[in-house]
Design a protein around this ligand. Structure first.
Ligand code: SF4
Ligand code: SF4
Length: 451
């Protein structure tokens, strides 16, 4: 019996070039530019001044609402600038620049080498669910699967809604990306410790780790480590994109449907990524906020493709240089994977919490074919995992027919790109749908704010 979701989905070439690459620790840079809006929700508010000295892990911007997240510095140093900096996508973002001198740098390297645990297993066991959520909140942890939704918000569901299952996302269905796979192989016990903490914080006694069968080594490892523990199990899933999307993962593992427009908690499930579980382990056991993450730097012509553990705020161009620089045949550079990632306009931009990959595609794999007229084949409809009619949503967006687009549930689009991938006429379906979804979303928010 197939073990996956059944509505729509596609099978793009996996191209997991870095699947067998261990995690490479990137040396701490002498300068970082840390942005205050690295998460879904309200921008964090800076709590530092120019000229102030900060230590690695110090808070530099405070969460400014319930849906927001703290931001910390990954290096010790002096605040030299508080200004706007262009993100990789060309938007101006509020940032702080921190520069380390020799003493700062040497101190950080020594503290990394000699890092001790903050809490013993006994002390961790005595923490309450509220204590754990507070530590996660203070550590600025957000979902590391890509969406960067503040983790503490998922652990604080509306009253009357409870989860009976924690679903851990180890699917990593995006082609090329292997950062989660590398982490699962490198730190499985720490991920399991993080899962236990998330279970306690969520008030659930059951967790399932969903992993696709193209990561057989990770499946076997977690099955071995959870033998004899009835509270955590592993679901080995058939490979299918976009299985890492929350609603598709919930369907594949539990058979439950998340109602249209609702969050996973409506189906009794909370979903967290394996890397988020690892970040929770580090925050609780080591007292370490979210200041670094693993980023897959990859592409067919990249000299040193790999899974790099990167201080968040490090310049993207510097990271690309470590991986061998931009290959001469590059036609497009994407943050994330080829299906859901976005093309960058500049590499002179800081890494942020939500960046899971840097993909450099050669020109012959990155250019789009000429757009042809729609032949009404319905391939995009068959491919849509959300049961939408992509060709129609794209047309409604193109003609700015926002009421009709809202009625046709454009807001339910998860931007997976299955429609564009399947279209024999190379129509830019997702580009139009993204535009329409953003516009309809702001119309809905405006309407709700006036009620
Ligand atoms: S309409 Fe949205 S959800 Fe459906 S296939 Fe296209 S991008 Fe994915
Ligand atoms: S897949 Fe492309 S050609 Fe076929 S119906 Fe959809 S938009 Fe039209």
């Amino acid at each position: 019996m197939s073990h996956t979701f059944h509505k729509g989905g596609v099978h793009p070439p996996e191209n997991k070039i870095t699947a067998s690459c261990h995690i490479i620790e990137v040396e701490l840079p002498r300068e970082v530019v840390v942005t205050f809006s690295q998460h879904i929700g309200a921008m964090a508010v800076c709590c530092r001044s120019k000229g102030e000295h900060v230590k690695r892990g110090d808070l530099i911007a405070k969460a400014s609402g319930f849906v927001s997240a703290n931001v910390h510095t990954p290096i010790s140093g002096t605040v030299t600038r508080l200004d706007k900096w262009k993100t990789a996508f060309g938007y101006a973002a509020d940032t702080v620049t921190i520069v380390a001198d020799d003493e700062d740098h040497a101190g950080d390297m020594a503290s990394i080498a000699g890092r001790e645990t903050l809490r013993t297993a006994k002390e961790v066991a005595s923490l309450s669910d509220k204590d754990i959520v507070e530590i996660i909140d203070n550590a600025g942890i957000v979902g590391l699967g890509g969406a960067a939704f503040p983790t503490k918000v998922k652990l604080s569901p509306p009253s009357g809604m409870n989860a009976d299952m924690l679903l851990i996302n180890g699917v990593e269905c995006e082609p090329y990306l292997t950062n989660d796979h590398a982490l699962m192989l490198a730190a499985p016990q720490k991920i399991l410790d993080g899962i236990k903490l998330l279970m306690k914080a969520a008030g659930t006694d059951r967790a399932v780790i969903g992993i696709e069968r193209n990561k057989d080594d990770a499946i076997k490892l977690f099955e071995k480590l959870t033998t004899g523990d009835p509270s955590i199990s592993v679901a080995a899933l058939d490979v299918k994109y976009p299985q890492g999307s929350e609603k598709q993962l919930i369907k594949a593992v539990t058979g439950r449907e998340v109602p249209s427009g609702a969050l996973p908690i409506a189906a009794g499930v909370i979903v967290h990524n394996v890397a988020t579980a690892y970040a929770v382990y580090e925050a609780v056991y080591l007292g370490k906020p979210l200041i670094e993450r693993i980023i897959t730097v990859t592409g067919p012509s990249v000299k040193r493709p790999g899974n790099y553990n990167v201080p968040i705020g490090m310049n993207i161009a510097d990271l690309v240089d470590i991986a061998g620089g931009v290959p001469a045949d590059t036609g497009k550079i994407i943050l994330g994977g080829p299906m859901m990632g976005r093309a960058v306009v500049s590499l002179d931009a800081p890494t942020i919490k939500g960046v899971s990959g840097i993909l450099m595609l050669p020109y012959d794999k990155s250019h789009r074919d000429a757009v042809q007229p729609c032949i009404r084949c319905a391939a995009c409809v068959d491919a849509c995992p959300m049961g939408l009619e992509p060709y129609r949503l794209a047309t409604l967006s193109r003609h700015k027919m926002w009421d009709e687009a809202e009625d046709d549930k454009i807001i339910n689009c998860i931007e997976c790109g299955c429609c564009s991938y399947s279209c024999p006429s190379s129509r830019p379906i997702l580009d139009y749908i993204r535009l329409g979804k953003t516009t309809v979303g702001s119309i809905i928010r405006d309407r709700q704010s006036k009620k």
